[in-house]
Design a protein. Structure first.
Length: 61
């Protein structure tokens, strides 16, 4: 018998645990991931909208 897909995965729109996905329609955060470690599962939104990184491609300070 097939396992039911976790509703947290469907709600976040990701294909599986620990697989980040960009969220262009979210108001403040740029990505989402449903993190799983052992029995603990959490939905985490992260990243600042509109940030492109270092303009010259150099390493971070």
């Amino acid at each position: 018998m097939a396992k039911k897909k976790d509703p947290r995965l469907e709600r976040a729109g990701v294909s599986g645990y620990n697989k980040p996905k960009a969220t262009p329609s979210h108001a403040t955060k740029s990505h989402v991931v449903v993190a799983k470690e052992g029995d603990k599962i959490k939905t985490i939104r992260f990243g600042q909208k509109g940030v492109k990184g270092s303009p010259d491609g150099s390493a971070r300070n």
